[in-house]
Design a protein around this ligand. Structure first.
Ligand SMILES: O=P(O)(O)O[C@H]1[C@H](O)[C@@H](O)[C@H](O)[C@H](O)[C@@H]1O
Ligand SMILES: [Mg+2]
Ligand SMILES: [Mg+2]
Length: 286
């Protein structure tokens, strides 16, 4: 059984180093480019942080492979193999970063044999380091994390995202899902603007569930294992097993709450991340 602890520790150290680049740019003016929609932004800092992370990892682990949000956006093929693979979102919450809304995270997941072995989500402005290794528990700044265990949907705070998809079908599905949950009722619906940090709230017990349709593997692969290792449940919105490439996810404090959300919400169609002709994450931005 391979032990990936050295990779985890290295990942944490480079996430903290890279956050210095994010924080030094946070208050500065940013040049913004558009990707898949007018709400899907990228800055030079996103691209620079991804290059810093990948070159540091490649230098230490030359045989490892990468799936990086901005590399895919620049046209690199997205292919998950059995090889050790780092799945990187250099800035999760780029809209927040551009607007100086203080929830921006570096998200790094690591897979072997296509199974997530560890995840790191570093919320830079908050200085909150979430991480988990398979079988080793979940932690926030070194303290163990546990989900709320809530079983009653009417006592839940549910987190989601109004993503970059702005076509009529996505918008009507997204808003009707929120209305259906509010009518149950749930205690509240929240959105921080970063899928990774949103989902980590479930691991802390501060939220009881998270769901999202349309995000990408790099948005949620790291936080998925953090929720699982905190005792939570992660699955597809249709109730099937979690599939990080499907662009649909429910993370919850309990299977009861996860199943209830799967009954209530609907998904809009979007291509899989690993679909060859899926151009949702890539727009040839250089
Ligand atoms: O592009 P970044 O890396 O900022 O990721 C965000 C997506 O852009 C949103 O559509 C999505 O809704 C989430 O907010 C996700 O975090
Ligand atoms: Mg992201
Ligand atoms: Mg990003």
């Amino acid at each position: 059984m391979a032990n990936w602890t050295d990779c985890l520790n290295f990942g944490i150290s480079i996430a903290k180093q890279a956050s210095e680049v994010v924080l030094s740019a946070f208050q500065q003016h940013k040049e913004v480019k558009l990707k898949s929609s007018p709400a899907d932004l990228v800055t030079e800092t996103d691209q620079r942080v991804e290059k810093i992370l990948i070159s540091a990892i490649r230098n230490r682990y030359p045989q490892h492979r990468f799936i990086g949000e901005e590399s895919v956006a620049a046209g690199e093929r997205l292919e998950l193999t059995d090889s050790p693979t780092w799945i990187i979102d250099p800035i999760d919450g780029t809209v927040n970063f551009v607007h100086r809304f203080p929830f921006v995270a570096i998200s790094i997941a690591f897979t072997f044999n296509k199974q997530i072995q560890f995840g790191i989500v570093y919320s830079c402005v908050e200085d909150k380091l979430f991480y988990a290794q398979r079988g080793g528990g979940a932690f926030l700044n070194g303290e163990p994390l546990y989900v709320s265990g809530q079983q009653d949907i009417s006592r839940c705070v549910v987190v989601t995202e109004i993503g970059a998809e702005r076509d009529d079908v996505a918008l009507s599905t997204t808003t009707s899902n929120i209305c259906r949950l509010l009518k149950l009722p749930v205690h509240g619906v929240r959105a921080l603007g970063t899928a990774a940090v949103d989902m980590c709230q479930v691991a802390t017990g501060g939220a009881d569930a998270y769901y999202h349709i349309g995000m990408h593997c790099w948005d949620i692969a790291a936080s998925a294992i953090i929720v699982q290792e905190a005792g939570g449940v992660v699955m597809d919105t249709d109730g099937s097993e979690f599939d990080m490439m499907s662009r649909r996810v429910i993370a919850a404090s309990s299977a009861t709450v996860a199943d209830r959300i799967a009954q209530v919400i609907q998904a809009f169609p979007c291509c899989r991340d690993d679909e060859d002709n899926c151009r949702c994450g890539a727009t040839g931005v250089n």
